[in-house]
Design a binder for this molecule. Structure first.
Ligand SMILES: Nc1ncnc2c1ncn2[C@@H]1O[C@H](COP(=O)(O)OP(=O)(O)OP(=O)(O)O)[C@@H](O)[C@H]1O
Ligand SMILES: [Mg+2]
Length: 507
């Protein structure tokens, strides 16, 4: 029998999933496990990479068991992952040398300011497409080298490897200390502040400026090509794709043409617009990034609007405040009132990402009066996601000249009808959700399937896209404008909260 399934491993911020797909792009089985979120101090977020690797193996096994399949039924495996999260490990023992520093972590804020020298945030933007911000991997590597005793010497001697989660998983999947491949793909590499967007190679000058030895960096490869063969639970299966989760979602939504865009609503929200072979510089607070690269075809670039906190605000209400007991309850609670009661919530927990890039911002709830109930707060929470989307869409239209006519959405928050309606209302365009909302995993599966000839080309994949739901705008223009103004006033109140003297003590 020929192997007739593709496996995708989706290593996310909150959980790891393995999804098995059939040739029609439909899901055959899903297995998922959460991992610990470690918050050592305000603004710091860590993961245990060893725990993540254990969970990834468990979900692969679990998905195969659920589907009643074995590794022989799997033609290829693709990886997609939370981006920027940084892990360093010892190449001889395979042990991480510290917890992974998660993309949301703000500990490198002061370092980034220092690295900007007299130029500021845009010092490396021309080469990398990115502002200097704590979000990206490069400064996180530098922080670890500066703060873990003896690490820099070991890294310079070639004993320490760097990876984002794709690299960590591929290295482990392909044998770890016994010949594991140390590679990353162009999309993940484009989030380090260390890769040159034009050459798709590490930029030695920037690596030196940031203080990262070249010896620890993985080889940069395409998003869809065979990196090696798995050992262990998927023994013999080609590891054939890697894409950052947001780029994978762009691919899974089949946004293959210039001007096509998607927005993924998970822990954070990320809107990506395909700009084709053109590198479009942003002047309005977006990032320029690699969308994907299939085999040795030319890379496809994208403009990205990154929003740090959307679904995680709902989680915060659930886990930190206990106002709801499941994420879905936010909709029920918001449904108990007609509007936000005058309250606005700007969740600048990790500073503000696009389009502001202000690491000195912190969250606010504003417009409070004695009238406001938890129902109004629930509304304000959902509206925060909608208004943040509006801000990146506005920036995207200014940077690209493309006017959005509809928005393709996916991710866990898209099961929230009130939110989807609200997004259609504040953007004043229809919002569409495809049948398979797990587009992140689907994109990784598509890329892996293309690499091994399981699918014959992009048109076959496009034919798999089916619309499952659509929301059309209903809000009148005057309300939209009034609410938008209030939102912008609330955003202003987050800024400048952190002053240089308030900085957190280092380790
Ligand atoms: N009905 C809902 N209403 C609002 N938010 C929701 C709802 N259901 C899930 N969420 C939020 O969506 C997020 C989960 O979405 P999703 O599963 O796409 O994220 P994720 O891909 O797991 O995130 P990551 O990959 O970053 O781990 C959570 O933050 C959760 O709070
Ligand atoms: Mg995800």
């Amino acid at each position: 029998m020929t192997a007739s399934y593709i496996a995708a491993i989706d290593q996310g911020t909150t959980s790891s999933r393995c999804i098995l797909f059939g040739a029609d792009g439909r899901i055959v089985a899903v297995e998922q496990q959460e991992h610990a979120q470690i918050f050592p101090q305000p603004g710091w977020v860590e993961h245990d990479a060893a725990e993540i690797w254990t969970r990834v193996q468990a979900v692969v096994r679990g998905a195969l068991d659920k589907a009643g399949l074995t590794r022989e039924d799997v033609r290829a495996v693709g990886i997609t992952n939370q981006r920027e999260t940084t892990v360093l490990w010892d190449r001889h023992t395979g042990e991480p040398v510290h917890h992974a520093i998660v993309w949301q972590d703000t500990r490198t804020e002061a370092l980034c300011r220092e690295l900007g020298r007299n130029v500021g945030q845009d010092r490396f933007r021309r080469e990398t497409g990115l502002p200097l911000a704590s979000y990206f991997a490069g400064p996180k590597i530098r922080w670890l080298l500066d703060n873990v005793e003896g690490l820099r010497e070991r890294a310079e001697a070639g004993d320490i490897l760097f990876g984002t989660m794709d690299t960590w998983l591929i290295w482990n999947l392909t044998g770890g200390v016994n010949g594991g491949r140390h590679v990353t793909d162009v999309t993940n590499a484009s989030r380090t502040l260390l890769m040159n967007l034009h050459t798709l190679e590490w930029d030695e000058r920037i690596a030196e400026s940031i203080g990262v030895p070249m010896a620890m960096l993985p080889q940069i490869r395409s998003s869809a090509e065979v990196y090696g063969e798995a050992v262990g639970v998927l023994a013999g299966v080609p590891v054939a794709a890697a894409l950052g989760d947001q780029q994978a979602a762009l691919f899974g939504q089949t946004c293959f043409d210039v001007g096509e865009a998607k927005s993924t609503y998970g822990t954070g929200t990320f809107l990506l617009l395909n700009t084709g072979e053109r590198i479009v510089n942003s002047y309005h607070g977006l990032l320029t990034t690699v969308g994907y690269r299939i085999g040795d075809r030319p890379p496809v670039y994208a403009l990205e609007g990154s929003i740090a906190v959307t679904g995680s605000l709902v989680q915060w209400l659930r886990d930190q405040l206990g106002i709801i007991s499941t994420a879905a309850e936010i909709e029920t609670l918001a449904g108990t009132v007609e509007d936000n009661g005058g309250a606005y919530f700007v969740p600048a927990f990790s500073g503000l990402f696009a389009p502001y890039w202000r690491s000195d911002a912190r969250g606010v709830i504003t417009g409070l009066t004695r009238y406001v109930t938890k129902g109004h707060l629930a509304r304000a929470v959902l509206e925060a996601t909608a208004w943040q989307t509006r801000e990146v869409v506005d920036a995207m239209q200014k940077d690209s000249g493309v006017t959005l006519t509809a928005l393709k959405v996916d991710g866990g928050m898209t099961s929230n009808n009130l939110l989807m309606q609200n997004i259609a209302d504040v953007l004043n365009v229809p919002v569409e959700r495809p049948y398979v909302a797990e587009t992140t995993a689907l994109g990784a599966a598509y890329a892996a399937g293309l690499a091994v000839g399981f699918w014959d080309g992009l048109d076959t994949l496009r034919a798999n896209w089916h619309r499952a739901a659509e929301w059309t705008p209903r809000m009148d223009a005057a309300t939209r404008e009034h609410e938008h103004r209030n939102w912008l006033k609330a955003v202003e109140r987050t800024m400048g909260w952190i002053e240089q003297d308030d900085e957190q003590p280092q380790l």
